[in-house]
Design a protein around this ligand. Structure first.
Ligand code: ADP
Ligand code: MG
Length: 775
């Protein structure tokens, strides 16, 4: 973008004057005071010098020291005062949506402006972009990655600041690879990497020994006691594990609740004088509820203000953790590892650390997601302990022994090594061959334009091997296979036109493909809801104390044309919510039906975005309303689920299990197909609308599922009863065996055939259809 020289000069002069005003005028005294009280302020010159002298700088500092809000401002202000403010465009990435907005608001306030002037934000479905020359944009990591699919993705950007890199989430790790490659091709680009943990050597090494700037925190000493010390310290208060080791029900999060409760009560009674808050780290929502309920039952809780803190809580309830306790009361915050680095509670003096986290892990070879509670890492144990010393000298009580601490991993396993990689691999292809936008329509760059060589032209595996801690070759291979089978890339790993459309859809390509099919077959509406829901957390909640009621309400949506399908049950719920919403009853509807209103809103927004993207890709006609009969549409949607989720298919089975004296017949499912032809027994997730009692136990049927999850057992989630023919027609990788026999069951009047697929799935179909398939 070229701007006339004089105009740029004037803009720069205006910015310089404004910057001076902010640094002197009484109008901005409050903002100045707030900013200058932060630890980052003292390092301001160091930060500015490092960024201007080096192309890449790694910056570390405790949570709350001012990295996110101040560092981009320092860089912009320095340029403003030097008279080049209008040429600085800073993009700051955030792993979390909420952080991007709240930080942008804060920084706009500090600059005495409204959002959207020189400071803005962009997250999925929402943005307020800065209009001024000379700007700071806070965006989610995903948004920046998405922009990089276009050749002009970084046009005009002078600085990229990658924030919260210590979280090691998959998008950030991936962005680091892309940015490191881009540095070779964009000579003027400057990069700042920001981390809240002290040990940043992994990042400086990754960027070829680049300089490191540390912002020293205001921390006070923390006295640490672990499980070995607690009996002596707590005396009669000490309550060791009274429960036996558990076989584990679904909700068991494997923590010692008695011990946790006793330590919290002890701290709140013994350390009575101070008004410091207690912060207790727990693995997940279930444990938080259990500990809260138990705490509220003990006598001492009359003097406690117990507040949960969890990322799934609505923003309003999250705020409670930051308010002060009434006098005479002790604030007890029960938190997940969200309180480790991403949010800071100012008045914490005591940390009680269960030492546990709940971590999601995906095992490619078994196509299995595990949600396990396990020991955290040494690094995060230290981080948790540091949370106690922010306002004064503090205490940390670790509910594990020294030996356990030593057995913990140094660092947690980065997300890139724990998640399915299809989306990332597809994005790599889209970034390696970016498209240019011509007259509003995206076009793929010609093969040998300079843009093409921007980030190198190597294959997916080579590209991912450059990550800080690359994923295993097998999981990359598996992802490439899925993409090839979906038709997103060809056998040489070239992006197909379908693949480019799928990359633009920002949903797992399996759901992207369902959308494309849905658009082509005129059955888009239910698929839009299904795909949009797949982008967010399950909108249905089942509170611990009302679980049965919640499951019952959910199941009630899975009737009529939605029978036997979790996805269609949600489509049904969504439609009802939409009409309630148009009568201003959306909130009430959610409360009555155990739905999360904010998630429903997001899903509605995502639907609109998908529709727009499909239209832009020329895959769906504008303003064409489907007049399809709901029965047909639901049937088609089931088939398309099969097309997208194949080979995630299970067959019903019965087995006998002897428990005590009784010989009970139980119902389960058997999965097969998939890598290495493994098979095994799985159970329906208890929240599924296909509760076993509704299904006829004597007949055989097939389900597609979205996810296979291991908790106490292996469960399948997101299930739909399948029309068998759909698997043959739309599932890929199927070989219909030629030996169509008449089957073991006598056929009604001779015009049915028994069809076998891969020797495992078998069903009767109309013989004409069978003959057609064989051709
Ligand atoms: P870091 O990125 O180092 O964790 P931030 O730059 O996010 O730190 O925040 C620095 C300080 O600014 C915080 O400690 C807090 O006091 C203040 N702050 C940040 N955001 C807000 C906000 N939305 N409202 C009030 N204070 C805020
Ligand atoms: Mg920050």
């Amino acid at each position: 973008i070229s701007i006339p020289k004089e105009q740029l000069g004037t803009e720069n002069a205006i910015m310089r004057l404004e910057a001076r005003k902010r640094s002197l005028s009484p109008e901005f005294a409050e903002q100045r005071r707030a900013r200058q009280s932060l630890p980052a302020w003292r390092e301001r010159q160091n930060v500015v010098d490092a960024v201007s002298n080096h192309r890449v700088v790694v910056l570390t500092g405790e949570t709350g020291c001012g990295k996110t809000t101040q560092v981009p401002q320092y860089v912009l202000e320095e340029a403003e005062l030097q008279g080049s403010g209008a040429e600085v465009h800073i993009v700051v990435t955030q792993p979390r949506r909420i952080a991007a907005i709240s930080v942008a608001e804060r920084v706009a306030w500090e600059r005495g402006e409204a959002l959207g002037k020189s400071v803005g934000y962009a997250i999925r479905l929402e943005s307020s972009l800065p209009r001024a020359r000379g700007s700071i944009l806070y965006c989610t990591t995903g948004i920046l990655l998405h922009r990089l699919q276009r050749t002009d993705g970084l046009a005009g950007v002078s600085h990229v600041i990658i924030d919260e890199v210590h979280e090691r989430d998959v998008d950030t790790d991936f962005l680091l690879v892309v940015i490191r490659e881009l540095l070779n091709h964009s000579p003027s680009l400057r990069v700042v990497i920001m981390s809240a943990t002290l040990d940043a050597s992994v990042f400086t090494r990754y960027f070829g020994g680049c300089p490191l700037v540390n912002i020293p925190g205001r921390t006070y000493p923390v006295r640490v006691y672990n499980l070995d010390d607690l009996p002596e310290l707590m005396g009669r208060f000490f309550l060791p594990a009274s429960r036996p080791a558990h076989g584990g029900s679904l909700d068991e999060e494997d923590v010692d609740v008695d011990l946790i409760v006793s330590v919290i009560v002890w701290v709140s009674q013994i350390f009575a004088q101070g008004d410091g808050a207690i912060l207790c780290f727990l693995p997940g929502w279930d444990t938080i509820s259990i500990v809260r309920d138990r705490l509220l039952k003990v006598h001492a809780s009359r003097f406690m203000m117990v507040v949960p803190l969890h990322s799934q809580l609505p923003a309003g309830e999250q705020r409670a953790a930051f308010s002060r306790a009434p006098s005479g009361m002790r604030k007890v915050v029960l938190a997940t590892n969200i309180a480790e680095t991403s949010v800071t509670i100012d008045d914490v003096v005591y940390v009680v650390d269960s030492g546990k986290i709940k971590e999601k892990q995906y095992d490619v070879s078994r196509n299995l997601t595990t949600m396990r509670v396990q020991w955290t890492s040494q690094a995060s144990a230290r981080q948790r302990q540091g949370r106690a010393g922010r306002v004064q000298a503090g205490y940390c009580f670790q509910l594990y022994s020294e030996a356990t601490f030593l057995s913990m991993l140094n660092h947690q396993i980065p997300e890139m090594q724990r998640v399915p990689l299809e989306e990332i691999c597809l994005q790599i292809k889209a970034i390696l061959s970016p498209s240019t936008v011509v007259g509003g329509k995206a076009k793929t760059a010609e093969v040998d334009t300079p843009e093409e060589s921007k980030v190198g032209t190597n294959g997916i595996a080579t590209f991912l091997s450059k990550a800080i801690q690359p994923p295993t070759a097998f999981s990359v291979y598996a992802a490439i296979q899925v993409l090839q089978q979906l038709g997103a890339i060809d056998q040489f790993e070239n992006l197909t036109p379908l693949g480019r459309a799928l990359a633009r859809l920002t949903v797992h390509p399996r759901f992207g493909k369902m959308l494309v099919y849905g658009a082509l077959l005129g059955c888009l509406d239910p698929l839009l809801t299904i795909a949009a829901a797949a982008c967010f957390r399950d909108p249905f909640v089942s509170p611990l104390n009302r679980r049965e009621e919640a499951d019952h309400v959910r199941a009630s949506f899975g009737t009529g044309v939605s029978y036997g399908s979790d996805q269609l049950a949600f489509v049904n719920a969504f439609q009802q919510w939409k009409s309630a919403e148009s009568n201003y009853r959306g909130h009430t509807f959610c409360e009555e039906n155990f739905l999360v209103f904010t998630t429903m809103r997001l899903i509605a927004g995502m639907r609109t975005q998908f529709e727009r993207t499909l239209r832009e890709a020329g895959l769906c006609e504008p303003h064409v309303q489907s007049t399809m009969n709901p029965v047909v549409s639901a049937h088609l949607a089931r088939s398309l689920l099969a097309a997208g989720l194949y080979p995630n298919i299970v067959r019903s089975e019965h087995f006998r299990e002897s428990k005590g004296m009784k010989n009970a017949t139980k119902h389960a499912y058997r999965w097969r197909l998939g890598f290495r032809g493994q098979s095994g027994r799985v159970f329906l997730h208890p929240t599924s609308v296909l509760s076993e009692k509704n299904l006829n136990p004597s007949s055989n049927y097939y389900l597609v599922f979205q996810e296979k999850v291991q908790t106490s057992q292996v469960f399948i989630r997101g299930c739909t009863l399948l029309p068998p023919l759909a698997m043959v027609l739309l599932g890929w990788n199927i070989t219909v065996s030629k030996d169509i026999s008449t089957g073991t069951t006598p056929t009604p009047n001779g015009d049915w055939m028994l069809l076998r697929v891969e020797g495992w799935l078998s069903f009767f179909i109309d013989h004409r259809a069978g003959l057609l398939l064989l051709q």
